[in-house]
Write a protein that binds this ligand. Structure first.
Ligand code: NAP
Ligand code: MG
Length: 491
């Protein structure tokens, strides 16, 4: 386990020598300590990234040259996949097969953006047809500069990869701050970058508190672009900081995503996807489908099966074989989710299952899969993101009612619909005001497809070619081709 900051290609302790604890959420034990970056350390990281961008030539490499580094990082992740997945479980609590999946996806993300970096050398978006044939014009895409990336704790290495891979592919240099509660695997990414010889300053990793290291990144005048995933309130702070000197900004914030199940759906398949949509990663997923709307013809039968299956989910230490639900990530998150369930109860909701610690666990931030019914539409449980294994289930009568309920939220990250009627499913998919829509499933995520939200769920899109655009400026280069003088002033 690494314990230092990675700045300008070197491992270094924090300038004030302070560290923070790494806690295993399954045991509540302190398993490690990591240096906590200060504003001074962040300044060193930004200056290194600045130099790597402005003078050392990272953006001047061809896309193909940068792609070689990205593919080497992907290979480095794969070579140590089992070890990194285990670290992710120790830090975040998620079941090992989920961590394994995340790490494989992280490697895949670097390979994918290597491919897009190569394409930048022959940019298909370059040629512009002008109406005036005395001129030719092309649009070239160039890296924005130094990117400051701030990420949450739910998919630690994967969220780092979603930002670092497209940024490096585009030719940006990066200062990344992982979440304090899960910094271990971001440091492994730095170690891999170091091993494969990524030039110093191109990628800097500065673990530390959001209020210190994070704030120092967003306030730094030499950072050109901010990329953030996390909560709405911090997202607002980031936009406000970006506004001061017009930094580019992309935000991926939370949601309260609906899952609409029509009564022609297969109940068993619907239950499977509802479980996946809310209990995967202990429900700590920005796109979790946390509001399930079920047409009244199958509401009772579906709810019964959902509760039966939720009660069967095997809970335990993410490293134990067969576990499907690990502990929540931290004491703070656990207490917040328990408080949200208590508040729902007080507001009149019924806790149809779960809502308590599982029996036999006296340590670890464990919570049973929780199904809430009769949740008032104006209660926090229906309106606010809970970010835990808690789903609200509610009946509806008509398609119009379902769509209206689904869209009645200030968020718009994801939405899902299940029906055997393709025409209806397509119609509802179009009616959802959300950036990611799943038909007959919930949560499958692909590096090739755009990811991001409408409304308060964010700005911009990650992943796919859209994710690369987050780190690129567009420049037009227009050339006068005629031998004749222009003839406006000098006739
Ligand atoms: P958060 O406070 O938004 O944290 C996200 C990241 O921002 C962390 O790295 C955090 O650092 C950093 N940060 C905090 N304050 C900052 C500041 N003033 N300037 C710059 N960076 C700052 O989210 P959280 O506390 O981890 O979780 C709170 C809630 O956010 C969750 O309950 C959930 O609703 C939502 N959330 C959403 C997502 C998502 O994928 N959309 C992911 C995680 C959480 P430190 O945490 O290290 O201090
Ligand atoms: Mg931890």
């Amino acid at each position: 386990m690494r314990s230092e900051l990675y700045i300008d290609g070197k491992w270094t302790a924090a300038s004030d020598g302070k560290t923070f604890e790494v806690v295993n959420p399954a045991t509540e034990e302190v398993i490690h300590r990591i240096s906590a970056a200060t504003a001074k350390d962040v300044d060193s990281a930004v200056k290194a990234a600045r130099r790597a961008f402005d003078r050392d030539g990272w953006p001047k490499l061809t896309g193909a040259q940068r792609a070689r580094y990205l593919r080497a990082i992907a290979a480095g992740i794969r070579a140590r996949q089992a070890e990194i997945a285990r670290l992710e479980v120790l830090d975040n609590g998620k079941p090992l097969p989920e961590a394994d999946w995340d790490i494989a996806d992280a490697a895949g993300c670097f390979d994918f953006y290597a491919g897009l970096a190569e394409q930048l050398d022959n940019d298909p978006e370059e040629a512009i047809a002008l109406a005036d044939d005395r001129f030719t014009s092309k649009a070239v895409r160039e890296p924005i500069g130094v990117a400051g990336a701030i990420i949450p704790w739910n998919y630690p290495l994967l969220m780092a990869s979603w930002k670092v891979a497209p940024a490096l592919a585009a030719g940006c240099t990066v200062v990344l701050k992982p979440a304090e509660v899960t910094s271990l695997t971001a440091l492994e990414l730095a170690a891999i970058a170091d091993e494969i010889g990524l030039p110093p300053g191109v990628l800097n990793i500065v673990p530390g508190a959001g209020s210190v290291a994070g704030q120092a990144i967003i306030d730094h005048s030499q950072v050109d672009k901010l990329a953030f995933t996390g909560s709405g309130p911090v997202g607002s702070k980031i936009m406000a900081a970006a506004a001061r000197d017009i930094k580019r900004v992309s935000l991926e914030l939370g949601g309260k995503s609906p899952f609409v199940v029509f009564d022609d759906a297969d109940i068993e398949k619907a239950v499977e996807w509802i479980l996946f949509g809310i209990f995967w990663n202990q429900g700590q997923v920005c796109s979790a489908t946390s509001r399930v709307l079920v047409q009244d013809g199958i509401y009772g039968a579906l709810l019964k099966r959902l509760i039966e299956e939720a009660n069967k989910i095997r809970i335990g230490d993410g490293l134990d074989e067969g576990v499907l639900l690990g502990p929540l990530v931290s004491k703070r998150q656990y207490e917040q989710v328990v408080a949200a369930i208590d508040a729902a109860n007080s507001a009149g909701a019924t806790v149809a299952c779960g809502g308590t610690r599982p029996e036999g666990f006296d340590r670890g931030y464990y919570l049973r899969p929780t199904v809430l019914t009769d949740v008032p539409l104006d209660s926090a449980a229906w309106v606010e993101e809970i970010f835990g294994p808690v789903v609200c289930v509610r009946p509806f009568k008509t398609e119009e009612e379902a769509v209206a309920l689904a869209n009645d939220t200030r968020f718009g990250l994801a939405a899902a619909v299940m029906s055997r009627d393709d025409t209806r499913a397509e119609r509802v998919a179009k009616a959802f005001r959300a950036g990611i829509v799943w038909i007959n499933c919930s949560q499958p995520t692909f590096t090739e497809a755009p990811w991001g939200g409408y409304k308060e769920s964010g700005i911009g899109r990650e992943l796919g070619r859209w994710g690369l655009n987050n780190y690129l400026e567009t420049k037009q280069i227009t050339k006068y081709m005629s031998e004749d003088p222009w003839g406006w002033y000098i006739k």
